[in-house]
Design a protein around this ligand. Structure first.
Ligand code: GRF
Length: 204
Protein backbone atom coordinates (compact mmCIF):
# COMPACT_ATOMS: atom_id res chain seq x y z
CA UNK A 1 0.00 0.00 0.00
CA UNK A 2 1.33 3.41 -0.89
CA UNK A 3 0.10 6.95 -0.35
CA UNK A 4 0.88 7.53 -4.02
CA UNK A 5 -2.14 5.36 -4.77
CA UNK A 6 -5.62 6.87 -5.01
CA UNK A 7 -7.54 6.97 -1.74
CA UNK A 8 -10.73 5.02 -1.43
CA UNK A 9 -13.35 5.01 1.29
CA UNK A 10 -15.40 1.92 2.16
CA UNK A 11 -18.91 2.10 3.63
CA UNK A 12 -20.15 -0.86 5.66
CA UNK A 13 -22.94 -1.83 8.01
CA UNK A 14 -22.02 -5.37 9.02
CA UNK A 15 -19.69 -8.32 8.63
CA UNK A 16 -17.26 -6.67 6.23
CA UNK A 17 -16.18 -9.66 4.15
CA UNK A 18 -16.16 -7.54 0.99
CA UNK A 19 -14.15 -4.93 2.87
CA UNK A 20 -11.69 -7.71 3.74
CA UNK A 21 -11.49 -8.72 0.08
CA UNK A 22 -10.63 -5.11 -0.78
CA UNK A 23 -8.04 -4.94 2.02
CA UNK A 24 -6.48 -8.22 0.83
CA UNK A 25 -6.34 -6.93 -2.75
CA UNK A 26 -4.54 -3.75 -1.68
CA UNK A 27 -2.06 -5.94 0.16
CA UNK A 28 -1.34 -8.35 -2.64
CA UNK A 29 -1.06 -5.50 -5.14
CA UNK A 30 -4.00 -6.46 -7.34
CA UNK A 31 -5.79 -3.28 -6.18
CA UNK A 32 -3.49 -0.29 -6.44
CA UNK A 33 -5.35 1.92 -3.99
CA UNK A 34 -5.11 3.02 -0.40
CA UNK A 35 -8.15 2.43 1.81
CA UNK A 36 -8.14 5.71 3.66
CA UNK A 37 -11.22 5.30 5.83
CA UNK A 38 -13.98 2.81 6.63
CA UNK A 39 -17.33 4.31 7.62
CA UNK A 40 -20.11 2.34 9.28
CA UNK A 41 -23.63 3.49 10.10
CA UNK A 42 -23.73 0.80 12.81
CA UNK A 43 -21.46 0.96 15.85
CA UNK A 44 -21.38 -2.81 16.28
CA UNK A 45 -20.44 -3.70 12.71
CA UNK A 46 -17.96 -6.59 12.72
CA UNK A 47 -16.23 -5.07 9.72
CA UNK A 48 -14.93 -2.23 11.89
CA UNK A 49 -12.59 -4.67 13.64
CA UNK A 50 -11.34 -5.87 10.25
CA UNK A 51 -10.49 -2.29 9.32
CA UNK A 52 -8.78 -1.66 12.65
CA UNK A 53 -6.76 -4.85 12.32
CA UNK A 54 -5.54 -3.52 8.98
CA UNK A 55 -4.62 -0.17 10.52
CA UNK A 56 -7.35 1.72 8.67
CA UNK A 57 -9.15 4.66 10.26
CA UNK A 58 -12.75 3.90 11.17
CA UNK A 59 -15.64 6.32 11.62
CA UNK A 60 -19.10 5.44 12.94
CA UNK A 61 -21.81 7.70 11.56
CA UNK A 62 -25.05 6.43 13.10
CA UNK A 63 -28.26 6.80 11.12
CA UNK A 64 -29.80 9.16 13.66
CA UNK A 65 -26.68 11.25 14.23
CA UNK A 66 -28.01 13.98 11.94
CA UNK A 67 -31.59 15.23 11.59
CA UNK A 68 -32.33 14.54 7.94
CA UNK A 69 -31.37 12.21 5.11
CA UNK A 70 -29.75 15.07 3.20
CA UNK A 71 -27.78 16.10 6.30
CA UNK A 72 -26.51 12.52 6.64
CA UNK A 73 -25.38 12.53 3.03
CA UNK A 74 -23.67 15.89 3.53
CA UNK A 75 -21.84 14.69 6.65
CA UNK A 76 -20.69 11.59 4.80
CA UNK A 77 -19.48 13.58 1.81
CA UNK A 78 -17.62 15.99 4.06
CA UNK A 79 -15.77 13.31 5.99
CA UNK A 80 -14.81 11.48 2.78
CA UNK A 81 -13.69 14.71 1.10
CA UNK A 82 -11.65 15.73 4.13
CA UNK A 83 -9.70 12.52 3.69
CA UNK A 84 -9.14 12.97 -0.02
CA UNK A 85 -11.26 9.99 -0.99
CA UNK A 86 -11.49 9.64 -4.76
CA UNK A 87 -13.68 6.56 -4.99
CA UNK A 88 -16.25 5.27 -2.50
CA UNK A 89 -16.94 1.54 -2.25
CA UNK A 90 -20.20 0.44 -0.65
CA UNK A 91 -19.73 -2.99 0.87
CA UNK A 92 -22.89 -4.11 2.62
CA UNK A 93 -23.87 -0.53 3.48
CA UNK A 94 -27.53 -0.87 4.48
CA UNK A 95 -28.63 2.67 4.00
CA UNK A 96 -30.02 4.50 0.99
CA UNK A 97 -27.85 7.33 -0.26
CA UNK A 98 -29.64 10.25 -1.84
CA UNK A 99 -28.93 12.90 -4.41
CA UNK A 100 -26.48 14.95 -2.29
CA UNK A 101 -24.15 11.97 -1.94
CA UNK A 102 -24.68 10.61 -5.45
CA UNK A 103 -24.06 14.01 -7.04
CA UNK A 104 -20.90 14.58 -5.00
CA UNK A 105 -19.52 11.16 -5.98
CA UNK A 106 -21.11 10.79 -9.42
CA UNK A 107 -19.17 8.13 -11.29
CA UNK A 108 -17.02 7.71 -8.19
CA UNK A 109 -19.08 5.40 -6.00
CA UNK A 110 -19.55 1.66 -6.46
CA UNK A 111 -21.77 -0.94 -4.82
CA UNK A 112 -21.68 -4.72 -4.83
CA UNK A 113 -25.03 -6.50 -4.84
CA UNK A 114 -25.68 -10.24 -4.47
CA UNK A 115 -27.76 -10.79 -7.60
CA UNK A 116 -27.55 -10.48 -11.34
CA UNK A 117 -29.13 -7.06 -11.60
CA UNK A 118 -31.63 -5.91 -12.74
CA UNK A 119 -33.07 -9.09 -11.23
CA UNK A 120 -33.68 -9.09 -7.50
CA UNK A 121 -32.70 -5.65 -6.21
CA UNK A 122 -33.10 -4.80 -2.54
CA UNK A 123 -32.77 -7.07 0.46
CA UNK A 124 -32.66 -10.87 0.53
CA UNK A 125 -31.64 -11.03 -3.12
CA UNK A 126 -30.51 -14.65 -2.84
CA UNK A 127 -33.83 -15.73 -1.31
CA UNK A 128 -35.64 -13.82 -4.06
CA UNK A 129 -33.58 -15.70 -6.66
CA UNK A 130 -34.32 -19.09 -5.10
CA UNK A 131 -38.02 -18.33 -4.76
CA UNK A 132 -38.20 -17.23 -8.40
CA UNK A 133 -36.54 -20.44 -9.49
CA UNK A 134 -33.64 -19.08 -11.51
CA UNK A 135 -30.96 -21.60 -12.49
CA UNK A 136 -28.10 -19.07 -12.57
CA UNK A 137 -27.39 -16.51 -9.87
CA UNK A 138 -24.52 -14.14 -9.25
CA UNK A 139 -23.26 -10.77 -8.15
CA UNK A 140 -23.12 -7.30 -9.67
CA UNK A 141 -20.83 -4.32 -9.18
CA UNK A 142 -22.53 -1.11 -10.27
CA UNK A 143 -22.19 2.65 -10.08
CA UNK A 144 -24.20 4.18 -7.26
CA UNK A 145 -27.15 6.36 -8.24
CA UNK A 146 -30.08 7.57 -6.12
CA UNK A 147 -32.19 4.66 -7.40
CA UNK A 148 -31.61 1.52 -5.32
CA UNK A 149 -29.37 -1.08 -7.04
CA UNK A 150 -30.09 0.50 -10.41
CA UNK A 151 -26.86 2.21 -11.46
CA UNK A 152 -24.91 1.31 -14.62
CA UNK A 153 -23.27 -2.11 -14.37
CA UNK A 154 -19.48 -2.35 -14.07
CA UNK A 155 -19.01 -6.10 -13.58
CA UNK A 156 -20.98 -9.28 -13.02
CA UNK A 157 -20.13 -12.86 -12.12
CA UNK A 158 -22.31 -15.94 -12.12
CA UNK A 159 -22.80 -19.18 -10.21
CA UNK A 160 -25.16 -22.08 -10.84
CA UNK A 161 -28.15 -22.55 -8.57
CA UNK A 162 -28.10 -26.14 -7.34
CA UNK A 163 -31.14 -28.34 -6.66
CA UNK A 164 -30.02 -28.67 -3.07
CA UNK A 165 -29.46 -24.95 -2.45
CA UNK A 166 -30.84 -23.10 0.54
CA UNK A 167 -30.62 -19.33 0.87
CA UNK A 168 -27.52 -19.92 3.01
CA UNK A 169 -25.63 -22.15 0.58
CA UNK A 170 -26.50 -19.98 -2.41
CA UNK A 171 -25.49 -16.84 -0.48
CA UNK A 172 -22.10 -18.37 0.33
CA UNK A 173 -21.47 -19.22 -3.33
CA UNK A 174 -22.56 -15.74 -4.44
CA UNK A 175 -20.42 -14.11 -1.74
CA UNK A 176 -17.34 -15.84 -3.11
CA UNK A 177 -18.15 -14.26 -6.48
CA UNK A 178 -18.52 -10.84 -4.86
CA UNK A 179 -15.08 -11.19 -3.31
CA UNK A 180 -13.63 -12.22 -6.67
CA UNK A 181 -15.17 -9.50 -8.86
CA UNK A 182 -15.24 -6.46 -6.58
CA UNK A 183 -11.50 -5.64 -6.27
CA UNK A 184 -10.76 -5.85 -10.02
CA UNK A 185 -13.89 -3.82 -10.76
CA UNK A 186 -12.65 -1.11 -8.40
CA UNK A 187 -9.25 -1.16 -10.11
CA UNK A 188 -10.85 -0.93 -13.53
CA UNK A 189 -12.87 2.11 -12.51
CA UNK A 190 -9.80 3.72 -10.94
CA UNK A 191 -7.87 3.15 -14.16
CA UNK A 192 -10.22 5.62 -15.84
CA UNK A 193 -10.84 6.15 -19.52
CA UNK A 194 -14.33 4.64 -19.33
CA UNK A 195 -17.56 6.27 -20.33
CA UNK A 196 -21.24 5.64 -19.69
CA UNK A 197 -23.22 5.45 -22.91
CA UNK A 198 -26.89 5.11 -22.12
CA UNK A 199 -26.79 2.50 -19.39
CA UNK A 200 -23.61 0.85 -20.68
CA UNK A 201 -20.27 1.34 -18.99
CA UNK A 202 -17.75 1.19 -21.84
CA UNK A 203 -14.19 0.45 -20.85
CA UNK A 204 -11.20 1.26 -23.08
C1 GRF B 1 -23.03 -8.68 0.53
O1 GRF B 1 -23.74 -9.80 0.09
C2 GRF B 1 -23.31 -7.48 -0.36
O2 GRF B 1 -23.49 -7.82 -1.69
C3 GRF B 1 -24.60 -6.97 0.22
O3 GRF B 1 -24.45 -7.12 1.61
C4 GRF B 1 -23.54 -8.19 1.87
C5 GRF B 1 -22.46 -7.64 2.72
O4 GRF B 1 -21.56 -8.63 3.14
N1 GRF B 1 -24.86 -5.63 -0.22
P1 GRF B 1 -20.19 -8.24 3.81
O5 GRF B 1 -20.51 -7.26 4.94
O6 GRF B 1 -19.32 -7.62 2.76
O7 GRF B 1 -19.64 -9.52 4.34
Amino acid sequence: MSDAFPSIGVLISGRGSNLQALIDATRDGTLRASIRVVVSNRAGAAGLAKAEAAGIETVVLPNRSVPTRDAYDAALVELLRERGVRLVCLAGFMRLLGTPFCAAFAGAALNVHPSLLPAFPGIDAQSQALAYGVKVAGATVHLVTPDLDAGPIVAQGTVPVLETDSAETLSARVLAVEHRIYPPAVQRVLNGGWTVVGRRVRFP
